[in-house]
Design a protein around this ligand. Sequence first.
Ligand SMILES: [Zn+2]
Length: 211
Amino acid sequence: MSENQVIVLQSGYAHEDEIDPNAMRANCSCTLIRCRDGNNIIVDTLTAWDGERLKSLIAEQGLQPDDINVVVCTHGHSDHIGCNYLFQQARLHIVGSTASKHDLYSEYAGALDTNGEVLLEKTLGHTLSCVSVLIHNSQFDGTTVGVCGDLFERCQDIDDAQIWKAAGSEDEKQQAEQRYRIAQLCQYIVPGHGTIFKLDNEMRTKLKKNI
Ligand SMILES: [Zn+2]
């Protein structure tokens, strides 16, 4: 492979429940990164009830759970970590910036691949330990993709900041800063609860104004 492949296995969503207006229906975006060095990374693993579905989504890519080398959860909320248990052959499970294998824990920062093109970045705001994964040299004409968890809720939250604030932010000021910082580094964003979108300069200007 000459470029790193970013494959959104399932786009996230979040909306009011149709029956109970006080309840939400939500699940995260789940993304597979097939690095050109052969590493397979999964970012955010849906809810604990999605195991069979996630296995079949991975199988559609010609892989099995044991083929996943690294699990990254952008943060520790239940809809982003639910199926980590499927990937017991992975060399690391990273939740936020904390990496673990069995009972061994350490902090993690930097590259996830051997080419230094797939990077773990701290992007706090939604929670104080949120991370994003930046994929340089992607299949989208070699541009950079950010798999950002709930730093971005969905594309529409650039026009309407209430969307990401209402989704919960432990530090709104830092989140606004990180949103602009990441938008300068990336051409595409996979948001936590929406479909992948392309950034343009008008969007970056709006993000800057929101700081
Ligand atoms: Zn979420």
